[in-house]
Design a protein around this ligand. Structure first.
Ligand SMILES: [Zn+2]
Length: 450
């Protein structure tokens, strides 16, 4: 059976991930993501109104025109998890394929919300839920199967999809860290990865997220970030002024820890900002978390401002607002607080907790700098980097290669500079560039079996 890989997006950047695998006449697409920084750099761009070709020209979504060179039928579109760089282009591209979107329940729910807010296209693809650990047959040959292996990442319900073919498995490894003690959900299923590496024809190809390949050692577990956060929160238990926290809205485990520790130090947590309400509300509705009954979640400007007024009236010392804006996004809640645009008044000595790290990218770094300066000018004390990454470091990459023993490796989820440390690591394991280690760019085809 012919096996061909199309590296469509996310091979020159972090963002707009999209990869297609053809096994005989069946094609499966992994991820259809958005490069948000290419959108935010333009003022007032409303992607909901925009046409796909304009977004492709902007570099915001994958240029999937290369798909017409793949001789086969798309049987499934498979986003690995709910981050925008993996699902954000589904509303712009999926309707061109006569295939269902197949993903875990939380991811499917986020895809559904995105498709519903799309104004330009009518995306009618079936949305099919599949749990981690499950499999489904692909196409009519009876020879190709899709499996979801449970992984751990900075969002719940993440998987690595595996396409089993007669020529071996293709393992799509975006995005994960090796967490054996996650705060929510099951640990990463390393046992299954080791089995896949040994059964049948073994692993034909492994496509890997190289984000942290330049970092030595191992990425700590979410339980380490939780301990760090507890230490910081308990240290300010006696402070009788304002404390505000921010983190990734989609990071449900972290939001849960913040809510819990707020209660521990005698404060009422409240989630503020549109995406806070969206992700936490969805996780609660789907029973991934059990928040306290009195936890308020407010997304609309008016209800947010009303809540801030209530906090000021009843006393800042009684509340912990958990808000959007950890990257200094200009329209996010924390940035608005820094500019003094909300009824919440920061005073000398008030604490601001960033349970996040700045994404190392010039736009983010600049915006975050500005936001922090504004907060400091009002007297706020900043607690930074209360965080662990969601991506593998070197020893995790080594362990994955050791478990899977892939014949071919394709580095992904980075630019050329980001691929370099992974190439070094893989060469150390006996792979050779141009032979079985394929550094590639957006829009290329790699034929593995002819
Ligand atoms: Zn991710």
């Amino acid at each position: 059976m012919e096996i061909e890989i199309a590296t469509i997006g996310g091979y020159e950047e972090v963002g707009r991930q999209m990869t297609a695998v053809r096994a005989g006449s069946d094609v499966v697409v992994f991820d259809m993501g958005l490069n948000l920084s290419q959108v935010l750099i333009h003022d007032n761009v409303e992607t909901e109104q925009m046409h796909s070709l304009d977004l492709i020209d902007m570099g915001a979504i994958p240029d999937d025109r290369v798909m017409s060179d793949l001789e086969g039928d798309v049987q499934a579109i498979v986003p690995t998890h709910g981050h925008l760089d993996h699902i954000g282009a589904i509303s712009k591209l999926a309707h061109r394929y006569d295939a269902p979107v197949v993903a875990t329940p939380f991811t499917i729910e986020l895809v559904k919300q995105q498709v519903q807010s799309e104004n330009k296209f009518n995306v009618g693809n079936d949305l099919v839920k599949m749990d981690p650990g499950s499999t489904m047959s692909i196409g009519d040959s009876g020879k190709v199967e899709l499996e979801f292996v449970n992984v751990t990442h900075s969002i719940i319900d993440a998987i690595n999809p595996v396409l089993h073919t007669p020529e071996g498995s293709v393992v799509y490894g975006l995005d994960k860290r090796m967490d054996h003690t996650p705060v929510i959900g099951d640990p990463i299923d390393m046992k299954r990865f080791r089995e896949i590496g040994r059964e049948g024809e073994g692993v034909l190809c492994y496509i890997e997220d190289c984000t942290n390949a330049g970092h030595k050692g191992r990425t700590p577990s979410e339980s380490v970030a939780r301990k760090h956060l507890r230490d910081v929160m308990y240290s300010v238990e006696d402070y009788d002024g304002g404390i505000v926290a921010t983190t990734f809205s989609s990071h449900i485990a972290r939001v849960t820890s913040l809510v819990e520790f707020a209660k521990d130090i005698g404060r009422q947590p409240v989630l503020l900002g549109r995406s806070m309400e969206k992700y936490s509300g969805t996780a609660e509705r789907l029973d991934f978390v059990d928040f306290p009954d009195d936890l308020g979640m407010y997304g609309h400007r008016k209800s947010v401002d009303r809540t801030f007024k209530r906090i000021m009236k009843e006393g800042k010392e009684n509340f912990l607002p958990i808000v959007t804006g950890h990257q200094g996004e200009p329209r996010a809640m924390l940035t608005r607080m820094g500019r003094g645009e909300t009824p919440y008044e920061l005073e000398d000595g008030d604490k601001v907790m960033f349970s996040a790290r700045v994404i190392p990218e010039p736009t983010n770094e600049g915006q975050r700098y500005q936001s922090e300066r504004l907060l400091r000018m009002q007297g706020a004390r900043i607690y930074d980097d209360i965080h662990v990454s969601g991506h593998l470091r070197q020893e995790g990459h080594y362990e994955m290669l050791d478990a899977l023993q892939p014949q071919h490796v394709i580095p992904a989820h980075q630019d050329l500079e980001g691929f370099a440390p992974y190439v070094d690591l893989a060469e150390g394991q006996g792979y050779a560039l141009g032979r079985d280690l394929h550094v590639t760019r957006n829009g290329n085809m790699i034929q593995l079996v002819e």
